[in-house]
Design a protein around this ligand. Structure first.
Ligand code: ZN
Length: 178
């Protein structure tokens, strides 16, 4: 593409682009180029235009190149600073500290339950899973009555109570709460 400064027979100057010098000649001969001011097709190259246009273009190109260079240098500097000195050493990760889950009221409750559990079991025998059998044997008189404690399912405990066996569900120890 080539830009020509043109002038019409009325003295109006304007600029127009052509594919090349030949393209200019062809378009002007065919009447495709007209003055934007008076619409005459009697146009010709303005004698002074080419040199002016060329120098302006060189200036423009120089300015553009300078701008691009500055931008490229900026980008490079930015990249260098990003990859440059290592970032500050992160603060040491805080070691998790034991956390107090219980307030005073809950701690007192736990102590009470533990104490109750101890009182209920201190004189009784832990018969474990045989609790239901032992309780029935005592109830029926097959074995001497003695305080026992152990484990029974809810169904077993209900059955014992229905049979008249004095059963008291023990509170679970705080250690078993978790
Ligand atoms: Zn004109």
């Amino acid at each position: 593409m080539i830009k020509y400064a043109l002038i019409c027979d009325q003295g109006h100057t304007f600029e127009s682009w052509f594919s090349n010098a030949e393209g200019y000649e062809t378009q002007v001969k065919r009447g495709f180029v007209e003055c934007p001011t008076c619409q005459t097709k009697q146009v010709s190259k303005a004698m002074m235009a080419p040199s002016v246009s060329t120098s302006r273009r060189k200036e423009a190109i120089r300015a553009q190149t300078a701008a691009m260079t500055a931008a490229a240098m900026q980008a490079q500097a930015h990249a260098q600073s990003a990859a440059g000195p290592p970032p500050a050493i992160p603060a040491p990760v805080e070691t998790p500290q034991p956390v107090a889950l219980l307030d005073e009221g809950q701690q007192a409750l736990r102590a009470m339950v533990r104490e109750l559990h101890e009182k209920l079991t201190e004189n009784s025998t832990d018969v474990g899973d045989r609790f239901t059998t032992e309780a029935r044997d005592m109830q029926s008189g097959d074995t001497p009555l003695r305080p026992i404690h152990g484990r029974a399912t809810l169904e077993e405990a209900k059955a014992l109570i229905e049979e008249g066996v004095p059963v008291l569900p023990l509170p679970t120890l705080p250690d078993e709460w978790n």
